[in-house]
Design a protein around this ligand. Sequence first.
Ligand code: OOG
Ligand code: MG
Length: 254
Amino acid sequence: MDISSAAKKLDNAAKMAVAVPQLSKTQSFTLEEAYEIQKRSIDLRLERGEKLVGFKMGFTSLAKMEQMGVHDMIWGRLTDEMYIKNGNNTPISRYIHPRAEPEICFRIRKTIDKAIPVKELPDYVDGVAAAIEIIDSRYEDFKFSLEDVIADNCSSSGFVIGDWHPASTPIQNVGITVLHDNKSIAYGSSAAILDNPWKALEACTRLTSQYGQIIPKGSIILAGAATGAAFIKEKREIKIKVDRLGEVFFTLSR
Ligand code: OOG
Ligand code: MG
């Protein structure tokens, strides 16, 4: 596998919003190589001036694993360019075949460079919030293997964060509603995320440190979606409501 040309190909596909064939269709590659392609493709963004602002977990719920046919947790990187302010607009031309999913998000108050068990995590977190993630696989037909999706930075494309709440807010089993143009299209519970979203944060500290990635103070961490992700191309407003955490939304323009 030519790591740097694969990284360039995926970076370009994201930049131009044009899908490419799955890398695994022509070459097999390992999980380690997949994470290296991801890192190099994000490095290209950082060289253009984007800032690393956090990390995301993927496939932390059965709903997501079953929807995408992938059965292992994955992690990816978030940059400031992916951030959409709560209530703001994002142009549809930026995306290939975007989907949106409900997320719970953590804000880190102390740099993490090792695996931290759940019971110690509250000391590292100064806020929790409801969030929406826009995922937009750079692969044709939104289809991929585990290695493909890791190389493609876990389909990360955009994220919106609601108001911050104290880390002590109970979020283990809170109701989540997804609304498209004010119509409810999915319901879920945060308990679908590994029984407890804090376990997704624990997994994030374990997996990132395993790959030598530090989680700097101030980072945002997405715990992974509790429900499947729905296509949003024809929609105008995407909103999620989370018990105890409130609402968060964005609009799409043509
Ligand atoms: C990969 C990203 C998965 C999640 O929350 O589980 C993810 C994908 O489904 O394209 O972000
Ligand atoms: Mg997600």
